[in-house]
Design a protein around this ligand. Structure first.
Ligand code: PLP
Ligand code: ZN
Length: 427
């Protein structure tokens, strides 16, 4: 096993798009070279991709986006890579439907409620956006093995994209993950490692491993690039609303990575004048399960830091007890006028059922959390009714079918005759 760090192996000579000027520490502002690395080498803070926005503005316009492919790569000028079509590792991720949810909206008293249906990505979750960027970056920089610590959806996605890219995948998950998520990973034949511990244990192990092996861990030493893929959800939302930003965006929160990136994306759209002049930053609202709600707890108590918890919830995909971007999520929610709210296990299941019955979208438990938080906030009188609210539905329901399967009626068979049918159903 190699003891060379990725920085030593691939750092020198690593080339990024000319728009990318540096990696900058979000905590202390220290600038680092654009290489695969886990955190700031001064304070261990998270790293942000810093763009040369003068160059970006030369490369991007509404017209250039419209002329791009029907995937996340139409926003390439705001992603940390410059790749020709066939050098991208893409399975058609992104440009998912933005649905005007009239029925759910009527139930909640919201006339302009929209749902971004990210269950329709290639492996059934928004993770395909981040993984397409991370695996493309890895392949572009000669990294032969991609890896991750995962609560499930990332595992599915990394396994699929690695298969498509023709590279090796090493995937570490908590051993008690939902069977559907194990199956939807192992079908792509990665090296799948079940760790006897929580996600937070798995992640800690991977952070240590990342210093020992020459693998690209999507959510660790490729995290700065990977996270940028999330921004495309908000770019698409604005484009699909006719280049407007909504008044409020509701996002399920695990590590908080995508929450932070949606705020960054909205700022970029405003600064680059891609959205209509005078557009205001949306309020950013986070959704958690009460059984793992360190971010909602910090928000409610006024704290600026996160106190880690041990997760206990059916919403496994967002069960991160020690979220790396939790403090930034709380800050952004406060700064933009959003909130971070948590809901019970029963409310999560009701959220899944309500979304399916009212809009025809079957979401996994994280979607149940999002819809349940929407309902809770609507009932508390948060909205007057005319606001444009967009909720991100980030994972498909077939991945967590067990959460609802025992609640659904199993139909009693009927004999195949008109008489039997009439007796049972037409009287
Ligand atoms: C379906 C789903 N939604 C939301 C999230 C939250 O993402 P983040 O860790 O960026 O907060 C995850 C994370 O795994 C997820 O799987
Ligand atoms: Zn730092």
């Amino acid at each position: 096993m190699s003891t060379l760090s990725l920085l030593e192996r691939y750092g020198k000579g690593a080339v990024a798009g000319s728009r990318v000027s540096a990696l900058v520490c979000r905590a202390c502002g220290h600038e680092m070279p654009v290489v695969a690395t886990s955190s700031c080498d001064r304070c261990f803070g998270p790293l942000e991709v810093e763009y040369d926005y003068t160059e970006v503005s030369r490369q991007i316009s509404r017209a250039s986006i419209a002329a791009g492919p029907p995937t996340i790569w139409r926003y390439q000028a705001l992603l940390p890579l410059d790749l020709e079509d066939d050098a991208r590792v893409s399975l058609g991720e992104g440009l998912t439907p933005l649905i005007h949810a009239r029925n759910l909206g009527a139930e909640l008293g919201l006339r302009n409620l929209h749902l971004k249906n990210d269950t329709l990505n290639p492996t059934g979750s928004f993770k395909d956006r981040v993984v397409s960027v991370a695996v493309s970056w890895a392949r572009r920089h000669g990294i032969a093995t991609v890896a991750c610590a995962s609560t499930g959806n990332l595992a599915n996605s990394v396994a699929a994209y690695a298969a498509h890219a023709g590279c090796r995948a090493v995937i570490l998950v908590p051993a008690d993950l939902e069977p559907a998520k194990i199956l939807a990973t192992s079908i792509y034949r990665p090296t799948l490692i079940a760790v006897d511990g929580t996600y937070d244990d798995v992640n800690r192990l991977c952070v240590e491993l990342a210093d020992r092996v020459d693998w690209g861990f999507c959510n660790i030493n490729l995290r700065a690039f990977y996270g940028e893929g999330s921004k495309t959800l908000t770019f698409e939302t604005a484009e699909q609303l006719g280049w407007r930003l909504p008044d409020e965006i509701v996002v399920p929160v695990a590590s908080g990575c995508q929450f932070v990136k949606h705020r960054k994306a909205a700022g970029e759209l405003i600064d680059l004048e891609l959205v209509d002049r005078g557009s205001r930053l949306p309020r950013f609202t986070g959704a958690q399960a009460a059984g793992c709600s360190p971010v909602a707890t910090a928000f409610a108590s006024g704290a600026e830091t996160i106190t880690p918890v041990r997760p206990d919830t059916i919403a496994r995909s967002i069960a991160i007890g020690n979220p790396s971007d939790g403090a930034d999520t709380v800050r952004i929610a406060r700064e933009t006028g959003g909130v971070v709210e948590a809901v019970s296990e029963e409310e999560i299941i009701e959220g899944i059922e309500l979304l399916a019955a009212s809009e025809g979208i079957f979401a996994e438990t994280a979607g149940g959390v999002t819809v349940a938080v929407l309902r809770k906030l609507a009932r508390s009188g948060r909205w007057s009714g005319d606001e444009t609210v967009v909720a991100y539905i980030t994972g498909h329901g077939l991945k967590t079918a067990d959460a609802v399967s025992t609640r659904l009626p199993v139909p009693e068979p009927v004999a195949p005759s008109l008489r039997a049918f009439s007796e049972r159903f037409l009287n």
